[in-house]
Design a protein around this ligand. Structure first.
Ligand code: ARG
Length: 587
């Protein structure tokens, strides 16, 4: 189903065409002056410029044709030749009914027939996730949901950081602290034990120790480098040990992602690209894209038009170890082979922008990325009240798990203050508090322009008033409760109709959803979904304040208002689902 705006533009386009003018001039937009009109068309001004004619005269001819359309109630000329439009309530009602009958049909099908990969999350082995990964997870999850809703076939991939120097640092640390483990013998001593010598908790202690030791002691750093290269070269003991690091971490990470409600289609990592690296390197050498430079194998990616220096992508270090860029490049080959995507999005901290610039240039230049567009979806940092990257009270990096617990506790407090969920069974109340806490964190993240930094302020995020996740959850729950009561009283919802300005405005907002989702997709901008759903909830609130619903004695009117409420609820829930926010049944 085409959107209301698209239908209007088509109607106006036909009017221009009938006057011998280009149909593109009929592009309609939402009015800049909602007090004067619902929509406007500026095409007469452009047409007049082209034809050196009087814009008001052209506008008058177009308006006269538009008035013939069953969509249009009023077409007025304003200023130098703007056409201001108001639609008939009948047209709005009819379209609301269509959406109610087939909600899916209202979604824009921009991505039909196209495949996208969304690379996000990106936690690292042996390290717990921190707030930086939180942003990637929240934004990436929203984008995968949005693209799917808009018709794309999406594959998401967590792309674990599991193949770099930190792995060698851990191996070197264990070799120093527990040299009797069977993994350090250069000879293959397989089968190695099934039982991991370390748990996720051990790794959390070991990794910072390993990193610190490498900083202090050049010999240890050298050992870590060597271990990394040998792991990558396939030394059996190291490989076996690495499998344990990998599996122990994956369990913890999956639990964290599950508590955030984030699901990946693929649980791959840097290491999965490793088998593709030798052939890739051979090919790039043969084709003259890669050459040796001071012992390293590099692909130059600088371009004529660069205003600042863009260093080459390093494929191999002099010790033969591969780097972050090497695995990212080989991962593109894997993705092209397995999914043939039109688009790959990398939802990663803005500070990695230069890395992606190098990788994308190398992929394009060498033809590795085929038809796929590669895009870095950067984001800013989460800061504490001091404006510096967010830390725990003790000054450490805030873990995701603790963050969710903190938000849940704060949400619980807010529920108590608001007198919500007070007499519910404890498990239900706990579930609601968790849902509200997660909604608070997600919405507060997504509502910002993603490249901006923002200040982490749980007190503000969890409020039930203002532009917050909890406000929107509560708005949805309130509509649910109206509909439940209506059902209990035996009142069915009917087709919505429009008798008041609040109803008209709400209808227009509901019918503007396709444009909101298209714009959010085009700009990769979750904040536009936040803006849309917030405005919609406010529109409902104005309608609700001005009208009786359950207490309306005219049965037809009551049914129509229930219908409008049901439609609004469905749309709010759908938008919140795109943001990864769950709506409890009651609160
Ligand atoms: N593991 C990386 C980090 O923690 C993020 C990975 C992002 N994805 C990618 N394909 N490089 O910074």
């Amino acid at each position: 189903m085409s959107s209301l705006l698209a239908e209007l533009s088509a109607t106006a386009g036909a009017a221009f065409a009938a006057e011998g003018l280009a149909p593109e001039l009929g592009q309609i937009q939402v009015s800049d002056r909602p007090d004067l009109a619902q929509f406007q068309c500026n095409g007469a001004l452009a047409a007049a410029k082209l034809a050196k004619a009087n814009p008001r005269a052209i506008a008058e001819k177009i308006a006269a044709r538009l008035r013939q359309s069953p969509l249009v109630a009023e077409a007025a000329i304003a200023g130098p030749g703007f056409i201001n439009l108001k639609l008939t309530d009948g047209a709005l009602e009819e379209r609301l009914q269509r959406v109610a009958a087939a909600p899916e049909s209202a979604l824009p099908g921009n991505g039909k027939g196209k495949r996208a990969i969304v690379d996000f999350g990106g936690p690292n082995i042996a390290k717990p996730m921190h707030v930086g990964h939180l942003r990637s997870s929240i934004i990436g999850d929203c984008l995968q949901r949005l693209l799917r809703a808009n018709g794309w076939t999406v594959t998401s991939d967590v792309h674990l950081g599991d193949w770099g120097l930190p792995m060698g640092q851990l191996i070197a640390e264990l070799a120093a602290s527990r040299p009797t483990l069977p993994y350090f013998d250069a000879a293959d001593r397989s089968p190695y034990p099934d039982e991991s010598p370390v748990t996720m908790d051990d790794l959390e202690v070991l990794y910072p120790k390993a990193a610190a030791a490498c900083k202090e002691d050049p010999a240890r750093l050298e050992a870590a480098r060597l271990a990394t290269a040998e792991l990558q070269a396939g030394r059996p003991g190291y490989r076996a040990l690495w499998e344990h690091f990998h599996d122990a971490t994956a369990v913890g990470l999956k639990r964290e992602f599950a508590s955030l409600g984030v699901v990946f289609d693929e649980w791959k990592g840097e290491s999965d690209a490793d088998p593709l690296i030798p052939a890739m390197i051979e090919r790039l050498k043969e084709q003259g894209f890669a050459h040796m430079d001071e012992g390293a194998l590099i692909v130059p990616v600088a371009e004529e038009s660069d205003t600042k220096e863009v260093p080459p992508l390093i494929l191999l270090k002099s010790d033969g170890a591969v780097l972050y860029g090497t695995t990212d490049l080989a991962t593109i080959i894997d993705r092209i082979q397995s999914h043939d995507p039109n688009l790959i999005l990398y939802v990663v901290d803005q500070r990695q922008h230069n890395h992606f610039e190098q990788v994308f240039r190398a992929a394009k230049k060498t033809g590795l990325s085929g038809k796929a567009e590669l895009e870095h979806i950067g984001y800013g940092t989460v800061n504490g009240p001091d404006g510096k990257p967010f830390k725990t009270r003790a000054g450490g990096v805030m873990k995701l798990y603790d963050l969710i617990a903190m938000a849940t506790a704060e949400a619980d407090k807010r529920l108590a203050e608001a007198g919500l969920a007070a007499d519910y069974p404890p498990e239900e109340r706990a579930r609601i508090a968790k849902a509200v806490g997660v909604a608070a964190i997600k919405f507060a993240d997504l509502v910002n322009n993603r490249v901006s930094n923002y200040i982490f302020d749980l007190e503000r995020f969890t409020r039930f008033e203002g532009k917050t996740g909890p406000y929107l959850q509560y708005a949805a729950v309130r509509i649910k409760s109206i509909l439940k009561k209506a059902q209990a009283e035996g009142h069915a919802a009917g087709a919505p109709f429009i008798r008041s300005e609040e109803e008209r405005q709400l209808a227009l907002q509901l019918l503007a959803m396709p444009e909101a989702l298209t714009l959010a997709e085009n700009r990769r901008a979750p904040n536009l979904i936040c803006d849309y759903v917030f405005t919609l909830a406010q529109g409902f609130s104005r309608f609700y304040t001005e009208h009786h619903i359950l207490s309306e004695s005219d049965a037809a009117l009551r049914a129509a208002r229930l219908g409008l409420s049901a439609l609004t609820l469905a749309q709010i829930e759908r938008m919140l689902a795109l943001l990864g926010i769950e709506v409890p049944d009651r609160m």
